[in-house]
Design a protein around this ligand. Structure first.
Ligand SMILES: CC(C)(COP(=O)(O)OP(=O)(O)OC[C@H]1O[C@@H](n2cnc3c(N)ncnc32)[C@H](O)[C@@H]1OP(=O)(O)O)[C@@H](O)C(=O)NCCC(=O)NCCS
Length: 182
């Protein structure tokens, strides 16, 4: 679905939230490779990001046309800062009340409230669509994300120990969190 363009101020910074445009496909691929290298709290290493501009155009068009999922981009003073998204957990009737959410910002745009602003808007849209619960996975040790999710009403509901193994031989858990919307 399309997120109607909205503007906000966070301190002195001008924030624009909107859906992605097909011509931003390469921007999104480059961003994914960069953010995956900036933190160990995302899904994979940068060399494992296999998306191309072509596949990303299809992804953007599918998201914009969808009635039950969305991709929202954030711009700070005109610069692309990151995105958040939601999609149904599954297509089966039994899972249609559940939505999965994700968010990642460039490191330079973290820590001043942008994540909170984006997730508040995302959760508002999700609730309007009638979803009953929002779910996410956060990597153990990602204290900033955990704190933010908890303060938005998400509750920890389980952990997969050592779900992530890094190239340096260390591990991190996956923490599942759920927020009831009704
Ligand atoms: C996680 C992320 C989306 C959060 O967005 P953000 O804009 O940086 O977060 P905000 O500034 O809105 O809020 C962060 C909150 O965590 C708090 N915080 C910051 N560092 C913290 C820490 N080490 N421990 C606990 N809380 C912390 C802040 O005080 C703030 O809480 P408050 O609003 O109650 O004061 C963003 O940092 C990001 O994209 N990180 C890299 C990718 C990532 O980890 N994605 C999430 C994957 S699950």
């Amino acid at each position: 679905m399309v997120f109607e363009e909205k503007e906000y101020m966070l301190g002195e910074k001008k924030i624009l939230l909107r859906n992605a445009k097909p011509e931003e496909a390469q921007l999104l691929v480059d961003y994914l490779k960069t953010v995956c290298g900036e933190t160990r709290f995302l899904l994979c290493d940068p060399d494992e990001v296999k998306y191309t501009a072509e596949s990303e155009v299809e992804f953007i068009n599918a998201k914009n046309a969808s009635e039950d999922s969305m991709l929202m981009l954030a711009f700070v003073d005109g610069e692309y800062a990151g995105n958040c998204s939601f999609q149904p957990i599954g297509s089966r009737r039994r899972a249609r009340h559940r939505v999965d959410i994700g968010i990642a910002l460039y490191h330079k745009y973290t820590g001043f409230g942008l994540g909170r602003l984006m997730l508040e808007q995302l959760l508002f849209t999700i609730k309007e669509l009638g979803y009953e619960q929002a779910e996410l996975t956060v990597v153990g040790g990602n204290d900033r994300a955990y704190h933010l999710y908890e303060s938005l009403g998400f509750k920890e509901c389980g952990r997969i120990p050592k779900a992530n193994k890094y190239q340096d031989g260390t591990y991190a858990d996956d923490i599942h969190m759920v927020k009831k919307l009704q």
